[in-house]
Design a protein around this ligand. Structure first.
Ligand SMILES: C[S@@+](CC[C@H](N)C(=O)[O-])C[C@H]1O[C@@H](n2cnc3c(N)ncnc32)[C@H](O)[C@@H]1O
Length: 212
């Protein structure tokens, strides 16, 4: 297992669609990485990158970048994208706390946060904590949408409280997305963790909001 992790780590670094420790793309992703002018969407805490891949397969005129600290997990999405010639996909290995080192002001059009660790004991580490929202504010276009999908009641309620305290607009919200008859195509993509939580009988929650 450890050997496979090491192998994947090395392969991830060698892939043409991955970036780590290289801040030269900041402000240049369209020209230098994608060679197109399509809008850029990030999937934060992407794990194996199911949302990055799923959205990229639906929206070929948008660019998608999965962001996580674990290369062996992102290896899955990155190798799938290469095998399937998804030229609108990239993966960035970094701590999300350092995201502003990698993207310029207003460079990003949209953010998805999919099943992040709820961090029950450390609110400061929750990816919807106001500190993290400030990082996102620095790289997002005005009125850009942030999407949170989670199984976790505490993280869902906490995020709604943060949104309320900061008086941010909510554009869509559901405490159980699969209770509706019609589900938006974007919401139907399922990550590794979402499948686990669905099998465990959990309800999947969703908030779409913006920072202005
Ligand atoms: C519970 S997993 C969810 C993975 C995937 N989104 C899914 O739904 O299957 C949380 C992921 O967040 C990543 N993560 C947590 N905090 C992070 C941070 N500050 N910076 C980068 N990655 C982080 C972990 O490495 C892990 O892959």
């Amino acid at each position: 297992m450890a050997q496979q992790k090491r192998k994947r780590f090395a392969e991830f670094s060698s892939f043409s669609n991955t970036v780590e420790k290289d801040v030269s793309f900041k402000g240049n992703w369209n020209r230098a990485f994608f060679q197109n002018d399509f809008p850029i969407c990030l999937e934060l805490a992407c794990g194996k990158g199911e949302y990055t891949i799923g959205l990229a397969e639906i929206f070929s005129n948008q660019n998608f970048i999965g962001v996580d600290i674990k290369a062996n997990r992102m290896w899955k999405g990155a190798s799938y994208a290469l095998e399937n010639k998804l030229s609108n996909v990239g993966f960035l290995r970094t701590q999300i706390d350092h995201i502003e080192n990698y993207f310029g002001h207003s460079e990003v059009d949209e953010i998805w946060i999919t099943f992040p660790d709820p961090q029950h004991k450390k609110a400061r580490k929750r990816l919807t904590n106001p500190f993290f929202l400030d990082y996102y504010r620095k790289i997002l276009k005005p009125k850009a949408r942030i999407h949170l999908k989670t199984d976790d009641d505490l993280l869902y309620e906490y995020t709604l409280e943060v949104i309320d305290q900061l008086k941010l607009p909510i554009h869509n919200q559901s405490a159980n997305i699969y209770s509706k008859e019609e589900i938006n195509l974007k919401l139907q993509i399922k990550t590794f963790y979402e499948k686990i939580w669905l099998e465990a009988g959990k309800e999947i929650k969703y908030i779409q909001f913006s920072l202005s």
